[in-house]
Design a protein around this ligand. Sequence first.
Ligand code: HEM
Length: 362
Amino acid sequence: MKHFCLFLILAFGITACSTPRNAKLATEYPSKSEEKATAKVIGLLKELLEKDYPAPARMERDAHPLQHGLVKAEFIIEPDLPENLKVGIFREAKTYESWIRYSNLSPGKPDIKKDSRGMAIKVMGVKGKKILPDLIDAPTQDFVFMSTQIFVTKDVRGFGNLLGSINRGKLNAGLHFLTHPRLVSLFLKVQIQLPNLTGIEWGSTTPYLLGDGTAVKYAVKPRTPTTETIPGKKDNVSDSYLRERLAANLANDDIYLDFYVQVQKDARKMPIEDPRKLWAQDESPFIKVATIKVLKQIFDTPAQQLYGDNLSFSPWHALPVHRPLGGINRGRRAIYDTMSKFRHDRNEEKMSEPGSWADFKE
Ligand code: HEM
């Protein structure tokens, strides 16, 4: 078996052998090379940012720089949750103020082109010590979502190899994809067109702790199906139709979304260390734990846009009972912290975690 794994790694860059046969629920199996791989990714991301935003240009996020909008939403914890889910922020029925930042992964691409989209939620007024030592007393708990339920690489090493090949030019990137057929199919799967930002499902793709001994993935789904459709060519929509539709819909009404957790039931079929693998809903269905009420509002002002650009979202802005799990998440701890500091330093902006909506002054 060991030799077979070695063959797969050498021949195809496949590293699918790190979850042992007797794997336990909510348990991590770190690989030895991941710190080095994380440092490599940080180096590559800095290189990319310096290239894309040469000084003294304002530096945007390396991933998800295109912000459709930063919107106000109430984050309402469900009453009467089962005891095993009454953990951390889900412990008591309570309404929190939150910001949601909607984004495209790629900069400078019209919304109608296929892309991966982001939804990052910052819940405010959350009491309790947080994980990151610098932000131990921060009043925030973040949840970070993509417009799919799966991620493209198993670990940070795989992501670093992909990024490295992209940095070395089109030929290298093409060669990398040619030798990694599974990556191609996942890459195509996570790039989507969409009718609007509030009518699709969002997934955390990576797992999180829910207290001791339980791991979950998160999902957000629309309460009611959207009546809007993906624009066709003859609709002649603008490059920013996602922002425009969000603005038009929120000018009229609140929009309700439901927040779910999916509990890990089988440590191999629902692995912690491989976010390429979908956790099947027939193994474990999603359970609703909160309502998100996106308020009727006007959000698309330059001041609010800039405020959203200057916020930092991270899966590690969290209570210890919601600690991110798995190799991709372990890597994201240093990556998000370092990259956010990097762009804030360049832009001479102060990093801070808001306590409520009132911290934003028009
Ligand atoms: C090794 C894997 C990953 C790397 C290297 C990476 C890197 C980054 C970086 C550098 C940022 C910008 C941070 C900042 O400047 O504030 C970012 C933002 C983001 N990432 Fe990742 N990421 C990874 C995995 C993921 C996964 C698994 C998801 C799935 C939910 C995700 C979703 C997002 C979203 C939605 C944002 C934008 C957050 C915001 O609105 O500020 N990323 N990522």
